[in-house]
Each structure stands twice: as C-alpha cells, then as structure tokens.
Design a protein around this ligand. Structure first.
Ligand SMILES: NC(=O)c1ccc[n+]([C@@H]2O[C@H](COP(=O)([O-])OP(=O)(O)OC[C@H]3O[C@@H](n4cnc5c(N)ncnc54)[C@H](OP(=O)(O)O)[C@@H]3O)[C@@H](O)[C@H]2O)c1
Length: 443
C-alpha cells in the first residue's frame, strides 16, 4: 500500500487528538483510501509541557522547520494556532510544494487570501475543514456537496461557549456573568473569554463560510459583530414568553434586487453578520443546545439542510483533520493536488452589505415610567421614522420606578432603527438605554 509521510506542528488539544485518532483508526482510514499515513514527527513548543494525550518523546521536536522542510515529509498539519508563526509554517510548507491541513480559523480569517494564493502558486493545496464547526463537515459540504447550488441563506450557531451559556441562562434563569463563570469552571470558556463571548470567534468562522458560499473573500472588516455580554435574563425570559429563543447567530443572506454600493463588484450582495438574535422556538435551530453547533444552509436547488454536531473539542476536531488528511493523501496518490481548490473566486465578485443598510425585524426592550402617554411618545418617534410596530407587550416586573415595555418591530433598516433608538433613549420617560435585538424568522 502507498504511504504518505505526515509532519505535524502542534501536539496540544487538536494535535493530541489527531495523534490518538491515527493510532486508533489509522488502519481503517488506510483501508478506505488505499494510502497509509505515517506520522513522522510532531513539533511542539516545549518537551515538558503536560499533554492530555502523551506523545512519545522520540516523535517530538521543538523546531518546526525541521519537520516542514524534512524531505521525507510530504504533508504538513498546522495545529499550533495563532496568526504569526502559524502563517510562516503554512507558507513555508506550501512554498516547498507540500499540501497543508490547518484548523486555524483566526489565521484564515486574517490571511486566507494570501495563503490560498500561495497554495495555488506552488501547485498544491490547503485544507481547513477543522477551522469551522469542529467535527461538522460543513466546508466539504459547501465546496463539494453544494457546488451546484446558489446559497441563499446560511445561519450558523458556531460558538459552543456562547451556546452553552445561552442554553443555561434559558434553562436555569441565571444571569450571564454567573453562567460565564460556570462555563469557565467547567472548561467550556477560556479564562480570557472575549474571543468567544464578544462574537469574534464566530466572525472568523462565518467569514470563511460566507466566502466559500459566495465566491468572494469576505474581509472581517465587513462583518458586523455583536456578542452576548450585554444579554440579560429579562431578554431571555421575555423572548421565551413571545415564543422565541435567543442564539448567537452567524448570518449570511444573499440579497437579490437591492441597490449595491458604487464600485463594489457585480455579483451578489450579501449580508454577513454575527449577533444574538431571537429565533422562533418552532425552528430546529432553537433546539440546538449546550455546546453543540449547527449550520443551516438553504441552496436554490437542494432547499433547506441542517448540519449538527460538536463544534470543538479534541475528538470532533481530530475527525475533521483526519478527513482533510485523507483528501490530501488521495491528492498525492493520484497526482491531483488541485482537484478541489481551497477557494475559487466566482466570476462575478459579490460584495458585503454594510450593516446600516441591512433590514431586519427587531425586539426592543425599554425601561419606562409607569404612566399613561408613554407609548404615544415612543410610537411618535417610530412613526416619524416610518418604522412599524408589529406588537407591544408589557410583561410583569419592576426595575425600581420603571417597568419593562417590549416592542416587536416590523422590517426596518438598521440605520433608521439606531437613530430612533437614540431618540427614545433621550425621552424623560425612558429610564435606561434601550435594548435592541434582531429577530430572525428563518423562513
Ligand atoms: N481546541 C479545539 O477544540 C479546536 C477546535 C477547532 C479548531 N481549533 C484550532 O486548532 C488549533 C490548535 O488548537 P489547540 O486547542 O490544539 O491548541 P493547544 O492545545 O494550545 O496546542 C497548541 C500546540 O501547538 C504547539 N505550538 C505552539 N507554538 C508552537 C511553535 N512555535 N512551534 C511548535 N509548536 C508550537 C504547542 O506546543 P506545547 O504543547 O509545547 O505547548 C501545542 O502542542 C488552533 O488554531 C485552534 O483555533 C481548536
């Protein structure tokens, strides 16, 4: 049987998982693809680092270059993380003509175009299934499974930490800070949690999915991001009373028929954003709980599809890396390094819609003084902005002198809504900054 020699950079959570999975399932994988993967060396930062999966010292080195540039190594897995050394590792391997497998969404988000160009220039390939939604094969689905579709909608719950916190807030009626502390205690959240809870990890992933789906590389600068830090138990409860669940959602919407900003491509206009949104309890995404991820994709030929699974962790991520290693090994076996290129720009480049122009429905929570005439002042502001109210709800509850007032708002442009909220916030009868969340009906 043919053999492909693998060099790995990183023997931590993901690298350790790949090492373990190759031990357990390497023979099975070889029997399926007709190629045996031989792990020759693993580069780490320090020999004496405690590892969840012990790796024999004979396999380890602290010099990644000796792995990447070893003439015996034909295939490189970058599982170190970060955006500086990892970029150098990948570029060095690609320039040496070696295919690379990576799990590094932060790096792809920042330098994806440069890395894909380097792979193409060197006539080799870059695989990145593990960079989005862990064990869920969503990259393969978009690159291959849906190759004959225009992607009309993509919604992703792609950050397990946030989904875990939101699930527990809903189930237990607990506040955000308490559930974050619990997630940190259980190892679901980092000690420095901002990458997850402020939405940036989701942004990296949703940017990659949007780019693949629409054939133009979506810069992180064009992705609007809001995290879950500001969510209160009140909003979780009031949303539930109205039949909704709040999820941190990555949103990719193809918008046909909208006027495009001048000089911005001729392909589709696409809204790409990450924000906490109210979604109907009846939609399947509302049942994606705990640390699970899910990606909903609507193609113009296939219709609605849903991918569900563990979005992070040692074994699910290793599963995605193994899939990429198998593809790269098959490319080497058949001499077809670019059979499925990492990213192909579509002929008609699209453009990302600025959030100010995006249109959505909204949930607005106001803290108002409990007296007649208040609603009329608020309705007047919305009326002047030509924003329609679809329903008004005054739940039980007091916050000092004020009471909550919930407005559900019809489709309105973000910019108009933001301006109206600013005006509401300045009313003397409104006692706290208004809270605004988007409502996604997912229809
Ligand atoms: N953890 C997950 O669930 C998950 C899921 C999807 C994607 N990812 C991505 O996978 C990548 C790796 O994450 P991880 O969780 O496995 O990280 P990790 O546990 O911190 O492991 C990183 C590994 O890289 C090694 N390393 C770091 N810098 C190095 C250098 N300059 N030279 C050689 N080795 C170096 C470290 O060595 P030492 O062992 O000596 O410290 C360690 O073995 C990241 O890009 C991450 O975003 C992770």
């Amino acid at each position: 049987m043919q053999q492909v020699n693998l060099g790995m950079i990183g023997g931590g959570t993901v690298g350790g998982g790949v090492f373990k999975a190759l031990r357990h399932n390497g023979a099975l994988l070889a029997s399926r693809i007709g190629v045996r993967l031989e792990l020759r060396k693993i580069a780490v930062k320090a020999f004496d680092e405690p590892r969840s999966v012990p790796i024999p010292e004979a396999l380890l080195t602290t010099d990644w270059r000796t792995v990447v540039l070893d003439p015996q190594v034909q295939l490189v897995a970058e599982l170190a993380g970060g955006t500086t050394v990892a970029r150098e590792i990948i570029l060095t391997a690609l320039r040496a003509g070696k295919p690379v497998v990576t799990a590094n969404k932060a790096l792809l988000s920042a330098h994806g175009e440069e890395l894909f160009a380097a792979a193409s220039a060197a006539g080799t390939n870059l695989y990145y299934e593990a960079s989005v939604a862990g064990g869920i094969p969503i990259i393969k689905a978009l690159r291959e499974g849906f190759v004959g579709n225009r992607i009309e909608r993509l919604y992703g719950i792609v950050n397990g930490t946030c989904n875990y916190i939101l699930t527990r807030m809903k189930r237990e009626g607990a506040e955000f800070a308490d559930m974050l502390a619990e997630a940190q205690r259980l190892g679901y959240a980092e000690a420095e949690p901002s990458l997850d809870i402020d939405g940036h990890d989701s942004l990296h992933k949703i940017g990659i999915l949007a780019s693949l789906a629409h054939g133009f590389w979506v810069s992180p600068r064009h992705i609007h991001v809001e995290g879950i830090r500001g969510l209160s138990q009140w909003d979780i409860q009031f949303a539930a009373q109205l039949g909704y669940t709040i999820k941190l959602l990555g949103v990719v919407k193809r918008l046909d028929g909208l006027a495009r900003p001048a000089a911005r491509g001729s392909g589709p206009l696409v809204q790409v954003a990450v924000y906490p949104a109210l979604i109907p309890n009846t939609h399947v995404l509302a049942s994606v709980n705990d640390a699970f991820n899910a990606v909903f994709v609507r193609g113009d030929v296939v219709g609605d599809t849903l991918f569900y699974g563990r979005g992070a962790g040692q074994d699910p991520t290793a599963s995605a890396v193994l899939s990429d290693l198998a593809d790269a090994a098959l490319d080497l076996k058949h001499g077809t390094p670019s059979r499925v290129p990492p990213f192909v720009p579509h002929e008609r480049a699209g453009a990302a819609l600025p959030i100010a122009q995006a249109v959505s429905r909204y949930y607005v929570r106001l803290s108002v003084v409990d007296r007649p005439g208040v609603l009329a002042q608020i309705a007047a502001i919305l009326g002047r902005a030509k924003i329609g109210i679809s329903s008004v709800f005054q739940p039980e509850g007091h916050e000092g002198e004020s009471v909550p007032l919930i407005l559900m708002i019809h489709d309105a442009p973000n910019a108009a809504m933001a301006k109206a909220l600013g005006q509401m916030g300045r009313l003397r009868v409104v006692k706290a900054p208004p809270v605004m969340l988007r409502v996604e009906q997912l229809e």
